[in-house]
Design a protein. Structure first.
Length: 344
């Protein structure tokens, strides 16, 4: 029986998260019968796409044993810079070029994070707090601070923002960008589960020194990891511009809590070495359900940030309790048995 429950719960509590999501959905449906509509579902999918891309980057960092808070600054820096350069260049070469330029910029900014963290072995939280401010300051001071509306976006980017796979009556639609988002999600899952690089990330997060002893090139792996996270953040930034139909250098930064909370709720350990893409997807869905539909339960929208904070504390608390139990079990197994008295 316990084995069946463990399988249903999943290695990273994905089953438990599915149950929580179902409870929330049922509560939303009772609060508002209009919740079960295609437009509501499509709105949830659309609102989850940008957070999911950023969450995948955060997942990689958490698995490696770090905490990155600069990913949103990298995302808006790369997206705004690429859009502005495309406008100033006077030629519209298509959205693929905008994505390529943005991801190159994001990779360079991620490289800076990776080199400082890996080479000097500095705390990831402190480094990324510093680089977050640096990136934001350079963006405003040297790249631009003006809001770019839909009318000023490159025509190809503006056209892509209106590309829908499915349209339904009542204003609901499934955006075309769900396709590349799904592809990126699958690629990250394959990277973690099927490649030596992915296994190396788990090993570094589990025990950096042990990973180094078995031959994993820790410094190189960490640098490549942060380059990849920078490119993912840039992809998310351009996606944010496309879905929002504007480029605003003041946006995104400040909402890191929602992304990190979603990843932690999805089972990624803040201590490193554990996490899954499936859990992260479920965590993002749960946070977006709460953010978008809290008012249906009669809870004022001003409590939205508090609700996300409570979820984050619950996720971290559950991890701490589970880690404590695992340590106690390990100690109990390792303790030598009491010698039996031999009767004469």
């Amino acid at each position: 029986m316990s084995g069946t429950l463990a399988r249903l719960r999943g290695p990273n509590n994905e089953g438990l998260l599915v149950a929580v999501i179902l409870v929330v959905v049922v509560a939303m449906a009772f609060a508002s019968p209009a919740f079960f509509t295609a437009s509501t579902f499509f709105a949830l999918v659309r609102s989850s796409m940008v957070p999911l891309i950023f969450a995948l980057g955060v997942l990689l960092v958490l698995i490696s044993g770090g905490i990155d808070v600069s990913f949103l600054a990298i995302g808006i820096f790369a997206a705004y810079a690429s859009v502005k350069w495309a406008i100033e260049g006077g030629t519209d070469q298509g959205p693929l070029l905008v994505f390529a330029i943005a991801m190159a910029v994001g990779a360079l900014l991620g490289l800076l994070n990776g080199v400082v963290i890996a080479r000097f072995r500095l705390p990831t939280l402190i480094v990324t707090l510093g680089t977050q401010s640096i990136f934001k300051g350079i963006l405003i001071a040297y790249v631009g601070s003006a809001y770019i509306s839909a009318a000023r976006l490159p025509a190809s980017v503006n056209d892509l923002s209106r590309a829908h796979l499915v349209d339904v009556r009542g204003g609901g639609y499934l955006h075309f960008m769900i396709v590349p988002v799904a592809i990126v999600t699958v690629l990250v899952a394959l990277l973690l589960r099927r490649t030596l690089f992915g296994r190396s990330i788990y090993a570094i997060g589990g025990d950096t020194e042990a990973a180094r002893r078995v031959g994993i090139r820790v410094v190189r792996t960490q640098i490549i990891l942060y380059v990849l996270v920078g490119a993912l953040a840039a992809f998310g930034g351009v996606l944010h511009v496309i879905l929002g139909r504007n480029a605003n250098p003041q946006s995104l930064v400040g909402t890191e809590l929602d992304i990190i909370a979603a990843v932690v709720l999805g089972g990624a350990s803040i201590f490193g070495g554990r996490g899954s893409v499936l859990g992260t997807v479920l965590g993002v869905v749960l946070v977006q359900l709460i953010n978008n539909n809290l008012v249906l339960l009669g809870i004022p929208s001003t409590w939205q940030r508090a609700a996300v904070g409570v979820l984050l504390l619950l996720g971290v608390g559950i991890q701490a309790v589970a880690a404590g139990r695992a340590r106690r079990r390990t100690v109990a197994v390792d303790e030598p048995a009491e010698p039996k008295e031999v009767l004469a």
